[in-house]
Design a protein around this ligand. Structure first.
Ligand code: MG
Length: 377
């Protein structure tokens, strides 16, 4: 029996890689539903190829169009469509490839429906890590991280007594600006910022990678996923993106997970878990590993990683503020309304003005998110 996969963000990078795996391993997987935003043209092609019984899109008018074009297809839209897709009894694995805060509600729905969640979205853990974990535990859902670093750490930590592990190591490629110290940050255009050297990713995460906020969000993600304090998580710039994560044990042994930088590795791991796919990506050779470099992050030029560490210390409501400010600042930068070095400035300002408060309900969480977005404008 092949596994039914719900693909959230099907027209994005994670979605397209997931569909490539379903294409390559058609005896193991099939599409249960596709969830996309506004890229209807690409979605149309995916519907024709994979024949899912259900799709959901962002806008009602796009849903109407698709209903006319594919009369036998069940089509949802908006928040309700996301919820329906996350809870479908027929799906076994939910691949959560939606970017940003929007993924929180369907991630919680999937957790409450007891799904296996291949979680590529980091923002949902940043703003509601404790809640997402609690709901997964309560309803027997399993969260398998797809972010390459966390997927590596998951593989290294699984089945290992927590007491054996001293600390975690997150690697970061350093992004497109690492080798360009001569370039004034004011001159960094969206085109430069989204040109990632190793990974093919969407615009938001590529800008996050250039500012190092991606690693900041990943640090927070790792604290929640693995119950480690930020002080026990090292970050190293590793431009080749071959070592995705490592753990230090108490006897000072270091274990690492290595592969070519290809998202199909961690997505395939999560989709087929606990079994392993036969060759979803080309094998690494020792020649590929001949010149691995490791550098300390430049936290002066790129302050976002430290902003994330500060927000972690200040508490959960500051994490929501951090994420909201970052999403707004990155969107404005991509629209040409903000300069690159203003991204951390906006985030710092929002964090400084934010008054810590208890995040005791989902309503409060959404309220803090809304206020912080407003404060970021
Ligand atoms: Mg990553």
């Amino acid at each position: 029996m092949s596994k039914a996969i719900a693909v959230f963000g099907s027209t994005g990078t994670i979605g397209e890689n997931t569909l490539q795996l379903i294409r390559d391993y058609s005896s193991l997987f099939h599409v249960d539903c596709l969830i996309a935003g506004k890229n209807i043209e690409r979605l149309r092609g995916q519907i024709s190829e994979f024949h899912p019984p259900f799709v959901s899109v962002e806008r009602a008018e796009d849903a109407d169009r698709l209903r006319r074009e594919f009369p036998s297809l069940d089509v949802g839209f908006g928040e309700e469509g996301l919820k329906v897709a996350a809870e479908r009894p027929s799906s076994e694995v939910v691949v959560m490839g939606i970017v940003g805060f929007t993924a929180l509600a369907p991630t919680l729905s999937a957790a409450r429906a007891g799904k296996t969640i291949a979680l590529a979205n980091k923002e949902s853990l940043v703003v509601a890590g404790t809640l997402v974990k609690q709901e997964a535990l309560r309803h027997g859902a399993k969260i398998l991280p797809v972010d390459s670093e966390h997927n590596a750490l998951f593989q290294l930590l699984e089945g290992r007594p927590r007491g054996d592990v001293r600390s975690l190591v997150l690697t970061a490629s350093g992004g497109p600006l690492l080798r360009r110290p001569e370039l004034p940050l004011e001159d960094v255009t969206p085109a430069i910022a989204i040109k990632h050297p190793n990974w093919k990713m969407g615009p938001k995460i590529s800008v996050d990678s250039a500012t190092l906020m991606n690693k900041g969000l990943e640090l927070i993600e790792a604290c929640f996923l693995f119950d480690f304090s930020p002080n026990d998580i090292e970050v190293w710039i590793h431009p080749q993106s071959i070592i995705h994560g490592a753990i230090w044990l108490h006897d000072n042994s270091c274990l690492a997970q290595l592969s070519k930088p290809d998202m199909k590795s961690s997505i395939g791991y999560a989709m087929h878990y606990p079994a392993r796919l036969d060759g979803p990506i080309p094998k690494l050779t020792f020649k590929d590993m001949a010149q691995l470099e490791f550098l300390e992050p430049d936290t002066i030029r790129f302050p976002c990683l430290e902003l994330a560490r500060e927000a972690l210390k200040l508490g959960p409501s500051h994490l929501i503020a951090l994420n909201a400010a970052n999403e707004v600042a990155v969107a404005k930068f991509l629209e040409g309304k903000l300069l690159f070095p203003q991204i951390p400035q906006v985030i710092r300002r929002v964090l400084e003005r934010h008054q810590a408060r208890a995040v005791d309900s989902l309503n409060t969480l959404f309220e803090i998110d809304r206020e912080s977005r407003h404060a970021s404008c």
